[in-house]
Design a protein around this ligand. Sequence first.
Ligand SMILES: CC(C)(COP(=O)(O)OP(=O)(O)OC[C@H]1O[C@@H](n2cnc3c(N)ncnc32)[C@H](O)[C@@H]1OP(=O)(O)O)[C@@H](O)C(=O)NCCC(=O)NCCS
Length: 137
Amino acid sequence: MDIVLIASLPTQQEYLKLFKTAGWNKDYNLTSEELFKSIQNSSYCVSAYDEDKLVGFGRMLSDGVAHAVLFDVIVLPEFQGESIGREITEKLLEVCHSNKIRDIQLFCAIGKIGFYEKLGFKKRSDECPGMEIIMRY
Ligand SMILES: CC(C)(COP(=O)(O)OP(=O)(O)OC[C@H]1O[C@@H](n2cnc3c(N)ncnc32)[C@H](O)[C@@H]1OP(=O)(O)O)[C@@H](O)C(=O)NCCC(=O)NCCS
């Protein structure tokens, strides 16, 4: 399979289609415009294409110095298990390392701990967990 990674945004419709496969929008209830704005406002995005088909995506928000947070690493179900998710995440990590980002974090989806552990991530300790406020509109 000849997958090409590019550091640019997919179209609004391409991204909506891919994002829906993750099932997260049942909770977030984002419009396609809001979803597109979320990737436009990201610090760095990686899109994976099989010819002209968007098959994967990942993005990060960063202050460019100390912190980066990875979001929305998604591979189309029929393209999973082909190292596309790994390549997307490695590209995001490469950008972090080239900027000497000190802390690289993410929110792990259910069942994906093993995927991220293989890429070097470790669960935060119970003494300093991630904390959040969840809002739904
Ligand atoms: C998580 C996801 C991005 C992985 O992408 P993928 O392209 O299927 O994964 P890869 O083929 O690159 O896998 C890389 C390695 O991680 C392993 N791996 C993949 N998913 C795993 C899982 N859920 N648990 C444990 N290991 C996993 C693979 O076996 C592979 O191991 P190897 O390098 O030893 O062969 C993909 O399953 C996905 O899009 N899921 C839906 C969205 C989602 O949950 N994203 C994560 C957000 S936190």
